[in-house]
Ligand binder design. Structure first.
Ligand SMILES: [Zn+2]
Length: 301
């Protein structure tokens, strides 16, 4: 007998699975969050990585192309991206993801913003009049944004809706457990004094009960000056009054090293987002890493 050739009817074969939702994030933490919530239904990209300062990036043509095809955009907002995002949005010309449309999510709208300036004055440096935009360093803020993001993603269609509900539930339970663990581990950090390079950590400080006693930048966004560092040395000499000097990976090591060497206060590099260090490869490991580094520095002090 001849072998029967079974003809596969290609039209009836299952479709090659394709992500249903294209999410463009301004910062890597939001891309990571969209991936947690959307799983394989979502394709994400981020305009910046954790080794870049999100205040300043080049508006490259590749980013405009991504905006053009995005179904959802999520950015910290509160003017963090004011130097580059408006131009990208204008050139991307994708009406569904413009600010004010359901396709655009401004993450910082969903949290209680800290440091809201009463009189915004640009002569005071790169201040953020709508409040401090670096909201991601408090995991409770991540949850608030996650809830808003989930709602926006579910608007797309019924199949996506079902998948996202499932992945959201898993993430939400894992996150709640992780936050409880972090808060327990971080108890020895409560009341510790911090000198920060830039005001990037106010939400972390607020969450853990850390006290920011100074910043290396005299005015936000202007690199630390020799005069200001000298005055910090006067105030904090002999390991006095501060427990950590912290900076993000994209900030110069020099000022914190200079002050650390002269005061004995440990200089600590903390990842400001997912991917800021080798260990901080996802949202969970990122917060693990922040605590590891602070607790280690505290022990060695
Ligand atoms: Zn800033």
């Amino acid at each position: 007998m001849k072998n029967i050739i079974i003809v596969t009817i290609l039209l009836l074969a299952p479709m090659v699975s394709k992500a249903d939702l294209d999410v463009f994030a301004c910062e890597p933490e939001w891309a990571a969050l969209a991936q947690e919530i959307g799983g394989n239904k979502v394709k994400t990209s981020s305009a910046t990585n954790a080794l870049q300062d999100p205040h300043y990036i080049q508006a490259r043509p590749s980013l405009i192309a991504k905006i053009r095809t995005a179904d959802r955009i999520v950015c910290s907002g509160a003017q963090l991206e004011i130097g580059w995002l408006p131009m990208l949005l204008r050139k991307g010309n994708n009406p569904g993801v413009m600010p004010g449309k359901p396709g655009f999510l401004e993450a910082s709208r969903y949290v209680k913003r800290l440091d809201v300036a009463t009189n915004a004055d640009r002569s005071q440096g790169d201040v953020h009049p709508q409040g401090n935009p670096h909201i991601q360093t408090n995991p409770h803020n991540i949850r608030l944004v996650a809830v808003a993001m989930t709602e926006r993603m579910k608007q797309l269609d019924a199949i996506t809706h079902k998948h996202i509900n499932k992945d959201w539930t898993i993430f939400s339970q894992r996150w709640t457990a992780a936050v409880a663990g972090w808060e327990k581990r971080a108890l020895p950090l409560h009341g510790r004094n911090v000198i920060a390079h830039h005001k990037s950590w106010v939400y972390l400080e607020n969450w853990l009960g850390l006290v920011e006693v100074a910043t290396l930048e005299r005015v936000p966004g202007i690199p630390p000056t020799a005069g200001h560092l000298a005055s910090l040395l006067d105030s904090f000499g002999n390991n006095n009054g501060a427990d950590f000097i912290i900076r993000a990976p994209f900030q110069s090591e020099k000022p914190s090293k200079w002050l650390s060497e002269r005061t004995g206060i440990p200089a600590v590099l903390l990842p400001l987002s997912v991917g800021g260090t080798d260990q901080s490869s996802d949202l969970f490991k990122w917060f693990d890493e922040i605590l590891d580094r602070l607790l280690t520095a505290r022990e060695t002090k």
